[in-house]
Design a protein around this ligand. Structure first.
Ligand code: CUA
Length: 164
């Protein structure tokens, strides 16, 4: 085989692999409905987050606030390096989880070890992400970050607790 053919085949293979990854990524996003909207002013989002926390029952686990709420709209901030706050809800209704960040790109990764349910959403600055949470099974969902966001990226954790 001529050298030029090998190079061409290599390029085709890399392109196919990349497209395959993109396809899997887009299917992954469709496991839940995600609606990103433009966010001109992060302070507006932060005020809604404060109102959400004030309307709930706040407990503390270590240094982290855990908000128990009956609200349908949940608010969470992504930042270096945490998801704030942890949220506790009941399984009986549907929710819209609003997430935004003021610093850099993160990826919201929520996973239940008991049910295998999984959500992965890229969180970019200047946008507010509204993630529909429906039919969540009771359990503790670990929240992690799957986009490198700095030295303590691996410590960026949060929790969603779904009660019966
Ligand atoms: Cu946030 Cu990695």
């Amino acid at each position: 085989m001529r050298r030029i053919d090998i190079v061409a085949l290599g390029l085709i293979a890399v392109t196919a692999l990349f497209m395959g990854i993109q396809l899997v990524g887009s299917i992954g996003d469709k496991t839940r409905n995600v609606y990103p909207i433009a966010l001109d002013n992060f302070a507006t989002f932060d005020h809604k987050l404060s109102d959400f926390i004030a309307a709930g029952v706040v407990d503390q686990e270590g240094a982290k606030d855990v908000v128990f709420t009956r609200a349908k709209h949940l608010y969470m901030r992504a930042e270096q390096w945490q998801w704030y706050p942890d949220i506790e809800i009941s399984a009986e209704s549907d929710y819209i989880l609003h997430i935004a960040t003021r610093d850099i790109q993160h990826s919201f990764h929520l996973e239940s070890r008991t049910t295998g349910e999984m959500i992965d959403v890229l969180i970019q600055p200047h946008k507010e992400y509204q993630i529909l949470l429906n039919n969540l099974k009771p359990g503790v969902y670990a929240i992690g970050c799957t986009e490198y966001c700095g030295i303590e990226h691996n410590k960026m954790r949060g929790k969603l607790i779904v009660r019966e």
